[in-house]
Design a protein around this ligand. Structure first.
Ligand SMILES: [Zn+2]
Length: 270
């Protein structure tokens, strides 16, 4: 599943090719995504110049004079830059042409979306309740400490809650909790201020490292029919249940939390 680092890498991969250019054509081959693509998308975007692309959580915001095209990659979506000569494949549901440059949206499982937003995007229903961006100063140890008071939710699920902080996916939650030496099943309300400082620092670290690694894949966004932006990472605990803890060598334990694999060291994480 594309996580925040993949979405950020997608932004950096596609933006230089289409920013400042006007939409010259729209092809929708399959409008039935998680929500239907607006059937007047061609008229909305016709000859509209793209002034820029931003990201909020895992949403990409393509800014046009008349509004914003909001794109989510869902479970399996990707965006890449192609030319007309590249034939569309079965799951390539949408093309936005910017002259000879085409932004192509592929989404095999169709859990993603392309929606049109007018007015302030921060007030839009899908974005309004989102917590701070993890890589901004608004997401601090002090903030996490305040928000976690009296919360009985396990800390792993707490930091994966979008209205607390956006973009901390399952892998990043597992990894950052190991680095901060915090047991994932602990109640969020039991975190000390130092725990919160450590956890915020390590969440930022794992996300930034992943974005940096993604930077090496930027050319994958141009041409080809692969799936750009999903990258392998060096992982300490995620996917390593039963294997030795990198710190103390004791076998790592796995439990399911909210249906998601949760791996931790019963000795190093408290
Ligand atoms: Zn250990």
């Amino acid at each position: 599943m594309p996580e925040l680092p993949e979405v950020e890498t997608t932004l950096r991969g596609i933006a230089p090719h289409i920013t400042g250019r006007a939409v010259t054509g729209v092809v929708v081959r399959q409008p039935k995504l998680r929500w239907p693509i607006p059937d007047n998308l061609t008229e909305l975007l016709h000859q509209q110049p793209l002034s820029g692309i931003s990201r909020r959580g895992k949403y990409l915001l393509l800014h046009f004079p008349g509004g914003i095209l909001l794109i989510h990659l869902g479970m399996s979506g990707s965006l890449r830059i192609v030319t007309e000569a590249m034939p569309a494949l079965f799951h390539d549901h949408v093309d936005l042409a910017f002259g000879e440059v085409i932004l192509r949206y592929c989404d095999p499982r169709r859990f993603g979306c392309l929606l049109w937003v007018e007015g302030d995007p921060q007030e839009y229903a899908l974005l309004r309740h989102l917590g701070p961006e993890p890589l901004t100063e608004a997401f601090s140890g002090e903030y996490l400490y305040e928000r976690s008071r009296k919360r009985n939710l396990p800390v792993k699920q707490f930091i994966m809650t979008n209205d607390i902080v956006v973009g901390v996916g399952n892998i990043y939650a597992n990894e950052s909790l190991f680095m901060a030496r915090i047991k994932p099943i602990r109640k969020a309300g039991s975190l000390t201020r130092k725990n919160c400082d450590d956890l915020v620092r390590d969440i930022k670290f794992v996300l930034e490292r992943s974005i940096t690694q993604g930077g090496t894949t930027l050319r994958d966004f141009v041409g080809g029919d692969g799936k750009p932006g999903y990258f392998q990472q060096q992982l300490l605990v995620y996917g390593r249940a039963g294997k030795p803890c990198p710190e103390c060598s004791k076998p790592l334990k796995e439990v399911r939390m909210g249906g998601r694999s949760t791996v931790y060291c019963t000795d190093c994480q408290r």
